[in-house]
Design a protein around this ligand. Sequence first.
Ligand code: G1P
Length: 285
Amino acid sequence: MKPVRKAVFPVAGLGTRFLPATKAIPKEMLTLVDRPLIQYAIEEAREAGIEQFIFVTGRGKGALEDHFDIAYELEATMSARGKSLDVLASTRKKPGSVVSVRQQEPLGLGHAVWCARDIVGDEPFAVLLPDEVMVGKPNCLKQMVEAYAQVGGNLVAALEVPPEETHKYGVVDPGARDGRLTEIRGLVEKPPQGTAPSNLMLPGRYILQPEVMRALDAHEKGAGGEIQLTDAMAKMIGHQPFHAFAFEGERHDCGSAAGFVIANIALSLRRDDVAPAVRDYLASL
Ligand code: G1P
């Protein structure tokens, strides 16, 4: 079984739900405590063994590439002032390990992933949606890579949400369950209210076989008139093993303002340097 070495980060979205904050900066650069969202996703992938990070980006998203580059003036100035560069260490990536392709038109998540097909090549790959922030030890993708080593094929993180929320997500039609792994019988993107096959949704962490790119070649439109990754994955069921993985940890939906604020509070409470002041403030409310 080939190891999972590459990860795709779809980061071309316009972030309209966060306007005006995202008028001039990418939504993935919004910060949780003192790191941008994208850095949480990149670090999760790196800890899970990913060696190549593929951004599917778009116009106006250059800050994402700059963030993982060497900032020469900044580093020279900090060094001259005797300041440690440790804080920048995880943003300095090995030459060639961060690759960008552009999604020229907003045609959907499936289309975004398909834009990376030539860089992914003939290997299994991960997909991480950076506005879904996962907190766990080991982290979500690492837990998935460990499970993948046992079952191979395709593996998607899945978690339960209240039934009235399933219409917002990709949803699993579950088969037999064995521990944290559930066989997948079907997948449906944004099922209309009351029609979801379960309340097990996809929170944006995937390990996929390269054949899914062939399914995406067809450019078939699905929910919302978009080319959906969920639909392409559904075509793999029955041809390759396909499992949902119940990840152990917390999920934060940073795609909504409330979820983003809650994530900031939750992550700040995990930080020794910030937590006391935040806890005192919360207690005072
Ligand atoms: C995308 C996926 C969906 C998934 C969701 C997680 O939807 O298409 O399957 O459940 O991300 O956030 P979007 O939120 O881009 O509409």
